[in-house]
Design a protein around this ligand. Structure first.
Ligand SMILES: Nc1ncnc2c1ncn2[C@@H]1O[C@H](COP(=O)(O)OP(=O)(O)OP(=O)(O)O)[C@@H](O)[C@H]1O
Length: 273
């Protein structure tokens, strides 16, 4: 279980990135974190990964404090960060180098097959498309069997079709071990497609605005009424999270299309329309 207990984070320059953030996420939970730019989403993930320290508060996984990178917590970034001097198989096996060779090979082969890249083990990262490389990055984290996997906008650099197929690949890999997944995304459709809880954050200072729970069955039909209703709920929560004094409300789709300023947060599936 991942516990985020009353986290505050102020950077040395005085930026108050997080104030009083509390979350308790049981094993197997998939949580999406959404919110306007600068509301502390990446900061929260970096703290949960042990890559930075909170100013106060604590992060624990199954009771153990996370104060530095820890094998129980994996993290995947927007870019795959594969090591170019290692083959695809070696990249996937990178975090399980301590395991006996046979087990390492077994896990690596399983992951390669599961992400549809069974023949790619001996190839090099430069030979992969962006979507394939990100599949490898996710597989690399999951073969280490983390209790928690954090994903910071993992699919935002990909086209809509590749993104949907990677969401499926992520769910498929997650099914095997069911770690807690925490995914930061700017895409409301992605949040609803993947998660059973959406945490909406708000900025200045970064804090939790609202938490929405969904129990839609997998695989999720993006056209189903319940899915569309859930998306609307999240969009409404986002609107209200951004409706602070001094901030313009997020433009709605029916607004005149005369070179509108891009809002701080516009779901990519709306941009694609
Ligand atoms: N290393 C840093 N030093 C100082 N301030 C920082 C640092 N990193 C982030 N901040 C500030 O902390 C706040 C939260 O930033 P963070 O990157 O966590 O937000 P975010 O929600 O992930 O934003 P975005 O959606 O734009 O990526 C912002 O005001 C940002 O300027």
């Amino acid at each position: 279980m991942l516990h985020i207990d009353h986290i505050n984070k102020t950077y040395p320059n005085g930026a108050e990135a997080l104030r009083g953030v509390d979350l308790a996420l049981e094993a197997g939970r998939i949580v999406a974190i959404v919110g306007g730019s600068g509301c502390g989403k990446s900061t929260l993930l970096r703290l949960a990964a042990g890559l930075d320290q909170p100013s106060s508060g604590a992060i624990r996984v199954d009771g153990e404090a996370i104060t530095a990178p820890h094998p129980a917590v994996g993290i995947v970034f927007q870019e795959p960060r594969l090591l170019p001097w290692l083959t695809i198989a070696q990249n996937i096996g990178f975090y399980i180098a301590d395991l006996p060779a046979a087990e390492r090979r077994e896990r690596t082969d399983w992951a390669l097959a599961r992400i549809g890249l069974a023949a790619y083990g001996p190839r090099w990262p430069r030979e992969l498309s962006g979507g394939q490389a990100q599949r490898v990055a996710i597989a690399r984290s999951l073969v280490a069997h983390p209790k928690v996997l954090l994903l910071d906008e993992p699919f935002s650099a990909l086209d809509a079709f590749t993104r949907a197929s990677l969401q499926d690949a992520l769910l498929d890999l997650w099914q095997a071990q069911r770690p807690t997944l925490v995914i930061v995304t700017h895409d409301v459709q992605e949040a609803v497609a993947l998660s059973n809880r959406v945490v909406v954050m708000q900025p200045e200072p970064g804090r939790i605005h609202s938490v929405l729970d969904f129990s839609l069955p997998y695989p999720r039909d993006r056209l189903a009424d319940a899915f569309v209703r859930a998306e609307r709920q999240v969009l409404q929560a986002l609107d209200s999270s951004l409706a602070q004094p001094g901030r313009s409300p997020r433009p709605r789709r029916e607004a005149p299309l005369q070179d509108p300023p891009l809002p701080a947060l516009l779901p990519s599936h709306l941009i694609a329309v």
